[in-house]
Design a protein around this ligand. Structure first.
Ligand SMILES: C[S@@+](CC[C@H](N)C(=O)[O-])C[C@H]1O[C@@H](n2cnc3c(N)ncnc32)[C@H](O)[C@@H]1O
Length: 188
């Protein structure tokens, strides 16, 4: 396993600090449908929702504002790896969502199963905290099933998302009748 060297990771652009209380984290929330749906069904949980791309983040912010700027959502425009590395204390995250990450077919090191960052992310989870990853690519799901256990995670749930879907990408795939995979791992 390649070592994750925190001192090589750029500082976050965003000034947003991590919450003082335990929180949930969404990496790559895109246009932000899932954060809004999640806050409606989990109004007492704090979700830090991070999106790196300006255009997507602006759409997320528009949606967030139209829904009354729920205080349970903390929007962050940044690279999640930079923000988590420098802003998050050990054992302070309950649940991580990684929903439809970029497939990166020709860049293995950018796929979550192979990222040294995964080992660091697990140190930020509380004991028994969870990482939930969804994808429409079976080989991507299989890589996670194979490699996540070496980061101290065990599979606790494996489901096929159903319509209407929680994110824009999930809705697109389910509307095309593509199979999606939702894997939930727990920190051992
Ligand atoms: C395929 S899209 C999925 C978006 C959304 N989760 C959905 O399912 O509709 C992946 C998103 O992750 C974002 N992303 C990729 N790497 C990221 C990172 N390191 N930090 C923050 N966002 C990231 C991309 O900008 C993109 O918006």
């Amino acid at each position: 396993m390649r070592e994750f060297k925190t001192d090589t990771i750029p500082l976050p652009r965003s000034d947003v600090k991590a919450p003082q209380e335990l929180f949930d984290l969404e990496i790559g929330c895109g246009a932000g449908l899932h954060p809004i749906l999640y806050s409606k069904s989990n109004p007492t949980r704090t979700l830090v929702a991070i999106e790196r791309t300006r255009e997507k983040y602006d759409k997320f912010l528009g949606r967030f504002n139209r829904h009354g700027s729920p205080t349970s959502i903390i929007p962050v425009h940044d690279d999640a790896i930079h923000w988590v590395t420098h802003r998050v204390a050990p054992e302070s995250i309950n649940h991580v969502f990684i929903l439809y990450p970029n497939p990166e077919p020709s860049n293995k090191n950018q796929r979550f199963a192979h990222m040294p960052f995964m080992a660091f992310l697990v140190t930020r989870l509380i004991n028994s905290g969870k990482i939930e990853l969804a994808t429409n690519i079976e080989s991507y799901a299989n890589e996670c099933l194979e490699h996540f256990p070496k980061y101290g995670l065990r599979l606790v749930d494996q489901a096929s998302p159903t319509k209407p879907g929680r994110t824009h990408f999930e809705r697109k795939y389910l509307d095309r009748d593509e199979k999606c995979f939702n894997l939930t791992f727990q920190k051992i």
